[in-house]
Ligand binder design. Structure first.
Ligand code: ADP
Length: 601
């Protein structure tokens, strides 16, 4: 038969391939995607954190420069003199270079005067407190007391002969700082912001956001959407260089941050996640598309395989049906042939004795016309022949009736408890005459003197007479027939052995089938209907026994009957008849009928 693809690849392998496509490859893809997206994310994080660090460094440098130049001015003798007139002149000469509106001198008590003549008390300002302690510093964003503008103050101590005699300061306009911060751009929609160490926004270029003293931590208490941002800002204030995600106005954003050393500020670069991670998002989309395609492909394959399998199964079923039908057809044809053969045998079997009877009757008519007394001897001889042929007809009809009864289930056992050895021995004596008439010797042997079993004796008789009739029929003159009865633990074994023509090996089982005979050419045209052995087999099986055969052509045949010695009598009541009672006067008629075929030789 032509091999199909499933035979070649194997169902297991196909399932494995589907599994690989469905689970393994997307799994590998997922791991690869996960690893590469992790690496990509790490890379992006790192580069944005570096950008934040660079920006903070730039701010730091700018403020350092401013402090350095302020410190240089504070070194000047006129400044150190704390004589305002001298100081003012010196300071005015620097105003343009510093690009500031005014400079201010503060004495140790916090009283200050600026180059534009505005005097005020700054003793409460942080930058003054730090400067007077010797710490040059940059203040947070302050509101000027002179003109209300927003400023960031650079302040440095004035040291004369190792003593702090005052402080020097000037203000940087908030716009300068704001411009500086907003000029740091990332991507299309990214921005930079500055917060102070209280979590308040110093510079925020997003619409509406300006310097405010409101701490993010306070705002987060009333607005939960700010919690993520507040957490990040907490990390910023701790001085961490890092990054993280937060959500604002339903937009996921990424923030990288770093402290601006030398100030109380922290710079953060903010980018919408979509923008900075566009590569990652496209990678994710591609991965999902590829995975779904693989799964669709795998299921399509699986579907095709299943469709293919179901088609193959259908073809197999059809093929099996066709085979069954073919076998049935052969059986029916064979049965038909057997029936035809059987009817032809049957017709022959019916016609032969009838012919004999008819021609004998014609002879009788002649005798009646003549002298009956004179023909008495002939009439007696012919009456015997007629009787014989009537027995043949009776046997045939009995067999046919029994087969029909067995088939319809009306044939029942009538069990009796009898000595089977004695019964067979006596039966054999009735057959003796038939054997010797056919020039055969008949022998009976038994292992035991007696053996009582439960059996239907009428049926055992039919079995034995059938087997003996065949043995005599198929054994040539001078041959011998022996019957032996032996026992095993649970069985009685009856063997009927002859030295006849034997049965070919290929026919040894079919002869037990109904209407079967060995070819006539082989049996040298012995007659028969072919139902004797099938009836024997059915009768033995009714006793829960079995029959087997050993035979060799030209040597002889042995039929071995095994009967259970203790047949379960549950369904069958036993007739307690004695063996003697049964045997007395019972055989003669039956033996004549069963062996009626033998006298034709
Ligand atoms: P039949 O009425 O034709 O004898 P049986 O069923 O009794 O029917 O036997 C079937 C066939 O088995 C016989 O026709 C014969 O060919 C073969 N057979 C039966 N017994 C013997 C035997 N003892 N020796 C040789 N052939 C036998």
């Amino acid at each position: 038969m032509k091999k199909n693809i499933i035979d070649i690849i194997g169902l297991k392998n196909i399932i494995m391939i589907v599994f690989l496509i469905c689970v393994f490859f997307p799994g590998i893809g997922f791991i690869l995607y996960n690893n590469s997206s992790e690496a990509l994310l790490q890379n992006i994080r790192q580069s944005l954190e570096n950008r934040a660090l660079d920006s903070s460094g730039m701010l730091e440098d700018i403020f350092k420069d401013k402090i350095t130049s302020l410190k240089l001015i504070a070194e000047n003798h006129d400044i150190k003199s704390m004589d305002w007139n001298r100081q003012k002149e010196e300071l005015l000469s620097h105003i343009d270079t510093l690009k500031v509106k005014r400079c201010r001198i503060i004495n140790k008590d916090g009283q200050s005067i600026s180059t534009d003549g505005y005097a005020t008390d700054v003793s409460d300002r942080e930058y003054f407190k730090k400067a007077i302690k010797g710490d040059s510093n940059i203040s947070d964003v302050l509101i000027s007391r002179a003109d209300g503008s927003k400023l960031v103050i650079c302040a440095t101590p004035i040291i004369n002969q190792s003593k702090i005699v005052g402080a020097l300061s000037y203000g940087i306009e908030y716009q300068v700082l704001s411009h500086l911060i907003t000029s740091i751009k990332i991507g299309e929609n990214g921005y930079t912001l500055l917060i102070n160490n209280e979590g308040a926004t110093v510079v925020h270029p997003e619409a509406g956001c300006d310097f405010s003293n409101v701490s993010i931590f306070e705002s987060a208490k009333s607005d939960p959407s700010l919690i993520e941002l507040a957490k990040l800002e907490k990390r910023m204030i701790k001085g961490e260089i890092g990054s993280g995600f937060f959500k604002q106005n339903n937009l996921k954003k990424f923030m990288a941050f770093a402290p601006v050393y030398g100030t109380q500020w922290y710079i953060a670069l903010v980018v919408p996640e979509k923008e900075v991670f566009s590569l990652l998002i496209s990678l994710k989309t591609k991965f999902i598309i590829v995975t779904i395609s693989f799964i669709i492909l795998a299921f399509s394959m699986l579907y095709l395989v299943l469709v293919y399998l179901s088609q193959i199964k259908k073809v197999h079923d059809l093929q099996k049906n066709a085979d069954d039908n073919y076998r049935q057809m052969i059986e029916v044809t064979e049965l038909d042939r057997l029936k035809t053969e059987f009817f032809s045998n049957l017709s022959h079997e019916l016609r032969t004795p009838l012919n004999v009877i008819l021609s004998t009757l014609q002879l009788f008519e002649q005798y009646i016309k003549g002298d009956i007394i004179q023909n008495k001897q002939k009439i007696t001889k012919h009456t015997l022949a007629m009787k014989q042929n009537c027995f043949r007809l009776l046997r045939l009809i009995n067999n046919l009736l029994d087969i029909t009864r067995i088939d319809s289930g009306f044939f029942e056992l009538r069990l009796q408890h009898i000595d089977i050895i004695k019964y067979i021995r006596d039966l054999m004596q009735s057959v003796h005459e038939y054997a010797s008439n056919n020039g055969l010797s008949l022998e009976f042997t038994a292992e035991l003197e007696e053996k009582f079993i439960n059996c239907d004796i009428e049926k055992i008789e039919r079995i034995m007479l059938n087997l003996l009739s065949n043995a005599i029929k198929f054994t040539s003159k001078g041959g011998s027939i022996s019957v032996n009865v032996s026992t095993t633990l649970n069985n009685v074994i009856i063997s009927v052995k002859d030295t006849g023509i034997g049965i070919p090996e290929d026919k040894q089982t079919v002869i037990f089938e109904r209407f079967r005979q060995v070819e006539r050419s082989f049996t040298r045209n012995y007659e028969g209907s072919g139902i004797g052995l099938s009836l024997v087999k059915s009768l033995i099986e009714m006793h829960k026994g079995k029959i087997s055969i050993k035979s060799e052509i030209g040597v002889g045949s042995e039929f071995i009957v095994e009967l259970p010695s203790n047949l379960d009598i549950g369904n069958y009541p036993i007739d307690e008849l004695s063996t003697n009672q049964l045997i007395n006067g019972q055989y003669t008629g039956k033996v004549k009928i069963e062996l009626s075929e033998l006298n034709r030789k």
